[in-house]
Design a protein around this ligand. Structure first.
Ligand code: UD1
Length: 419
């Protein structure tokens, strides 16, 4: 099993380029079922994307990866289509459930494995199914599978989500782009990845209007021509490297291939701690501060502070003078990194949904274990700022979502290697 070994306390300097967004690529791959031919550019070469492409192959689409160019070509020649997403592919990558909306739209029937729980909580799909039922799908759950059917096609309607969900918004969008008449989705997630999916679906001929948290979809015939789309940058990867810079870029670190407007909340919060950030249209320059100021944050749907950056921000808080707090409002069990950070010397107390971090603490290297994607990257950040050597086990979690992480960090003079 692979491990990462980090020798900490090295100053970070140089340039890092951010990859395409995993969370944007996944729903767009699911949406590709609706097209005849697609070329997706700027896709990150990470495990979840490989799994989703494998799922498309299983369904019967023809895919061709060009890893050197970070692109994938997808063709649907309508031969041997399987309207099934099996357990073995959905269990390791929950986004597999997103093919449900596309399959229902195109083939009016789908059998998709229930994704089950994961380290950060129970992660149900009730909101996905709620929307599909409202659109007229007949849904049954049997033997761990969702059986969905809409023999006469789906019908436009008004759907108000009782709470905000990224995946449910995406599935509802995919299911409604060909629904009869007009669909109005209210209380939607409006993450930049949803916006990217909307851009892709519009290229495909869909009529979609986004205003506030309301998305209106009008029935349209979809195009048969080839769709070319470049995926948006990964704002969570950017946030992770911004925090690395906040911890260790004594002079400056430059992060490229981004749009600072998308991460306004993260930039504002880091500036409030005293970190220096300069923006250009497509890059950021970060410089750490000797006197980091304490801060309290809570995770919220976009444009709020993302839960996917909570663990990383907590590492920064261990270096801030005083008591900082993080309230986790999205997932029920997302403090799995805390015991590992404590083993490295962090002083963190958890009270219900809130973590209280007392700093600054000298972190020291230890052998630690990754538990989920974002928790593992928080251990990488902790290893970078800790004294001595940190060994991170179970880094397959990290490989689900971070492209070339050790190569990118090495490019900024970090001492990190994979064994
Ligand atoms: C997506 C992201 C993930 C991120 C999360 C929240 C992808 C592939 N993953 O996950 O990285 O952490 O958004 O920003 O884009 N919920 C229900 N019922 C449902 C669906 C969700 O109760 O049917 C709850 C969840 O348990 C959670 C909250 O809603 O507490 C938000 O989850 P959701 O936005 O759906 O997350 P995902 O789409 O799974």
């Amino acid at each position: 099993m692979q491990k990462l070994i980090i020798k900490g306390k090295r100053e970070l300097k140089g340039k890092i380029s951010v990859s395409g967004s995993k969370n944007s690529t996944l729903p767009i791959l699911a949406a590709s079922i609706l097209a005849n031919e697609v070329c997706l550019k700027n896709i990150p070469l990470v495990k979840d994307i490989f799994t989703m492409v494998e799922l498309l192959n299983f369904i019967g689409l023809k895919t061709k990866f060009n890893k050197k160019k970070n692109l994938v070509e997808i063709k649907n020649n309508e031969k041997n289509i399987n309207t099934l997403a099996p357990y073995k592919l959905v269990k390791t990558m929950r986004a597999g459930v997103l093919v449900l909306g596309s399959l229902l739209t195109k083939y009016r029937v789908a059998k998709v494995s229930l994704p089950g729980g994961c380290a950060i909580g129970s992660r149900p799909v009730n909101l996905h199914l709620f929307a599909l039922k409202k659109l007229g799908a007949k849904i049954k759950i049997k033997d761990g599978y969702i059986f969905a059917e809409a023999k006469k096609g789906l019908k436009g309607t008004i759907i108000r989500f009782p709470s905000i969900s990224v995946g449910a918004t995406e599935n509802a969008l995919l299911a409604s782009i060909n629904a009869k008449g007009r669909t109005i989705l209210k209380n939607c997630a409006i993450e930049p990845e949803i916006n990217d999916l909307i851009i892709f679906l519009k290229k495909l001929g869909a009529s979609i209007n986004l205003k506030g948290r309301t998305i209106t979809i009008s029935e349209r015939k979809l195009k048969k021509t080839k769709i070319i789309h470049e995926v948006v940058f990964d704002r969570i990867e950017l946030g992770t490297y911004m925090i690395a810079g906040a911890l260790l870029a004594k002079n400056k670190m430059i992060i490229n291939k981004i749009n600072p407007k998308i991460v306004k909340t993260e930039i504002d919060l880091l500036k409030r701690t005293g970190v220096k950030i300069k923006k250009s249209k497509t890059s950021l320059t970060i410089k750490s501060s000797k006197n980091l100021k304490k801060i309290n944050i809570s995770t919220k749907p976009y444009p709020g502070f993302p839960t996917d950056l909570q663990a990383q921000f907590m590492v920064l808080m261990t270096q801030i003078n005083g008591e900082s707090k993080i309230r986790e409002d999205i997932f029920e069990n997302r403090f799995m990194h805390v015991p590992e950070l404590r083993r490295m010397g962090a002083q963190i107390e958890i009270k219900n949904k809130t973590a209280i971090i007392r700093g600054p603490t000298k972190l020291t290297g230890a052998e630690v274990m990754a538990t989920d994607l974002r928790a593992s990257v928080s251990l990488v950040l902790a290893g970078l700022v800790a004294e001595n050597r940190t060994i991170i086990n179970r880094i397959y979690h990290l490989d689900r979502g971070y492209e070339f992480i050790e190569k990118k960090l090495k490019g900024c003079k970090a001492e990190i290697k994979r064994i």
